[in-house]
Design a protein around this ligand. Structure first.
Ligand SMILES: [Ca+2]
Ligand SMILES: [Ca+2]
Ligand SMILES: [Ca+2]
Length: 191
């Protein structure tokens, strides 16, 4: 699909806007490196001793640069509006489609971060803690809605495959080409 295929889907745009709102930690209406650094630091804290802080910081820096900021170099002054984020994300996912294994790998890294006890599955409690990292406080309802949308077999835990499929579906498809509507970040904002 072309970037226009994504950005002309109101549901897909609402997904990016939902993510944008979640990642705009300081609520200034822009995404910037400081928002990504703050989330990375909270995840590092959540992981405790088992974390690899540099790997997590690099992951978030790259996400900001490549998914949100259009791939050009970024610095502390880079500020991305919602409209720019939608356009840049549409380009990024359009390019990444030809290398789905890269997208899968990135989501696997997230799986490992969220599976804090390394059991090989994400529990409801682990997912609640993950969503709380973004919102800065517990939002159990939002977290449970997100959890249930990814736990497609409904057995109360999220496998690596369910997690990666849910996130790939969120970013790389829109509702016209799938039945399942994953909501990894909770309910969508109005587009
Ligand atoms: Ca911000
Ligand atoms: Ca676990
Ligand atoms: Ca499951």
């Amino acid at each position: 699909m072309t970037p226009e295929n994504f950005s002309s889907s109101s549901i897909w745009v609402a997904r990016v806007k939902t993510y944008f709102k979640l990642m705009d930690v300081n609520g200034d209406g822009f995404l910037s490196l400081s928002d990504y650094e703050e989330i990375a630091n909270r995840l590092i804290e959540l992981q405790g001793n088992s974390s690899d802080p540099e790997a997590i910081r690099t992951l978030f820096y790259n996400l900001f640069q490549n998914m949100i900021a259009g791939g050009a170099s970024v610095d502390a002054n880079t500020k991305i509006t919602e409209e720019e984020a939608v356009a840049n994300a549409a380009k990024a996912v359009s390019v990444l489609q030809s290398a789905p294994e890269v997208g899968r790998q990135k989501n696997e890294v997230f799986f490992d971060i969220i599976d804090t006890n390394n059991s090989g599955e994400i529990s409801r409690e682990e997912y609640r803690k993950y969503i709380a990292v973004y919102s800065g406080g517990d939002q159990p309802e939002r977290a449970d809605q997100a959890f249930d949308s990814i736990d497609t077999d409904g057995n109360g835990s999220i496998t690596r495959e369910e997690f990666v499929d849910g996130h790939m579906g969120y970013w790389f498809t829109h509702p016209d080409d799938q039945n399942h509507n994953p909501l990894p970040y909770g309910p969508l904002v109005d587009a």
